[in-house]
Design a protein around this ligand. Structure first.
Ligand code: ZN
Ligand code: ZN
Length: 97
């Protein structure tokens, strides 16, 4: 009975009719399962997510665009409220005194 070494780990011997050792077989199965588990975009649900994100590439782009717009809007809003806010504080101080 000729024993061959596993072509993947080259540590364990494999039995006749097997292509990889039992350790690599387990590992391979695990990898296959992980790869099969494609997480779909939570926004559109049509495309797989970009790894590390909850959104697909298109939705990430859109989210980034919205975030940029919001930052811009916040800046404009802050510029608008800055002056009246200071006046309010001054009035409050005057009222207290
Ligand atoms: Zn192996
Ligand atoms: Zn999407």
């Amino acid at each position: 009975m000729a024993l061959r070494k596993c072509p993947i780990c080259e540590l364990n011997y494999i039995r006749e009719g097997e292509t990889v050792c039992h350790v690599c077989q387990k590992a391979k199965k695990h990898i296959d399962e992980v790869e099969d588990e494609v997480i779909m975009c939570i926004e559109c649900g049509e495309y797989p997510v970009v790894s590390g994100h909850e959104l697909c590439r298109d939705c990430l782009k859109e989210q980034q665009r919205q975030a940029d717009l919001e930052i811009l809007a916040d800046k404009i809003r802050q510029d608008e409220v800055d002056e009246p806010l200071e006046e309010d504080i001054e009035e409050d101080v005057e009222d207290e005194e």
